[in-house]
Write a protein that binds this ligand. Structure first.
Ligand SMILES: [Zn+2]
Length: 122
């Protein structure tokens, strides 16, 4: 008599969706942002603040996109105050730049606004 094979995934790993890139990731890979009961929006580095939460990847590109598209404001249905914005910006500035792009722009000349020129034309 053999005992039935146990499925390996017994461990429950909670996944959350980044509000910017919409990828599902484990909570460890994401940063929680919270809208506090009094209407402030702040990073919740400990994950323990009360309030409505949203998640974003801990990488600069997702935050920049979220800020540009006002994702947090849509998500929380608030206007982020200047004060809160400064706090978020300060935090964002510490994030790693993780952009999956070839380092083409490094060599760039000062005014290279067009970057979609295919390299085959060289
Ligand atoms: Zn993301």
């Amino acid at each position: 008599m053999t005992k039935a094979a146990k499925p390996k995934k017994t461990k429950h790993l909670p996944l959350r969706t980044c509000i910017s890139c919409r990828e599902n990731k484990s909570k460890r890979e994401l940063l929680r942002v919270v809208r506090t009961p009094d209407g402030h929006v702040a990073i919740d580095a400990t994950g323990k603040k009360s309030g409505r939460g949203a998640y974003l990847c801990a990488r600069l590109s997702c935050w920049e996109l979220a800020m540009k598209k006002k994702r947090l404001e849509q998500e929380f249905k608030v206007t982020i105050s200047e004060e809160d914005r400064v706090g978020l910006d300060a935090y964002i500035a510490t994030l790693p730049k993780d952009e999956p792009r070839p380092p083409r722009e490094q060599t760039g000349k000062a005014q290279s606004t067009r970057k979609n020129v295919p390299e085959v034309l060289r």
